[in-house]
Design a binder for this molecule. Sequence first.
Ligand SMILES: [Zn+2]
Ligand SMILES: [Zn+2]
Length: 302
Amino acid sequence: MGFFVRFWGTRGSIPTPGKVAHRYGGNTSCVEIRVDDTLFICDGGSGLRELGTNLLERAKGAPIEAHFLFSHMHWDHIQGFPFFTPVYIPANTFYIYGVKTGDTRFHRLLSGQMSSSYFPVDFSELRGTIVAADLGDTGERLIGNTTVRCLSLHHPGGSYAYRFERDGRSVVYATDNEIDQTLPDPESVIRDPLAPREIPEELVEFCRDADLLICDSQYTDDEYPTRIGWGHPRASTTVDLAVRAGAKQLALFHHDPMHSDHDVERKIANCRARVQRLGGDTFVFGAREGLEVRVDVKRPAP
Ligand SMILES: [Zn+2]
Ligand SMILES: [Zn+2]
């Protein structure tokens, strides 16, 4: 029992195997959130394959039930799904959530990547039960004993953040979000990277007092000017969000495929320095494969 988060894939854009990404991992987005016996899975990037293997070991033959919350359908967020073994087993049940009543878009698009031109097994041949569910008219639903809410983000084709809340503890998963383009004057902030950034109030409120904020933090300040419009923020901008929102911990997520472990560590150090400059007390760390964070106890050391 408890409120746990485990990272299975933390990389953005494309899987990045190899020694240089050994510490933070090369699998694309997949985060497991366990609240008591309710299992949530945020995104199905290549990290989902190993989560599937692990779930089967843990279940020891018992049926598996999980609730999938997809940020969006770009490849790096769905490519693990056809390799998620539990979905081939008849006793298992998976819910694929749309963000509004009757929204079956994610369920439909997910099946598209398994049509015969792309993959040898068709979606209709999966033996598990796959249910198209949704978050209702308000974009908020009680699942198990956890309230799940969504918020639309700034990304080509759209993306959604999810907030999971139980007994006053909360986790926000917000990836693929170019916050920088939602600032009142993005140009001036690029010219003066040290200036505080006016993060839109709606996003700040959504992340308010989160015990753990998992945030797309793909680019450094130096990289960003040549990547405007690609759909990802500067890591430093996510720091301003976390500090403004009073988040207790910030997990830098969706690491750039060009970044080595060393680069990620430099990014973390820069973000920690920015928290200090802003006078915040958010603890910043780099999301890495295999890391498990317990949310319902006093701040753990990742
Ligand atoms: Zn992505
Ligand atoms: Zn994307």
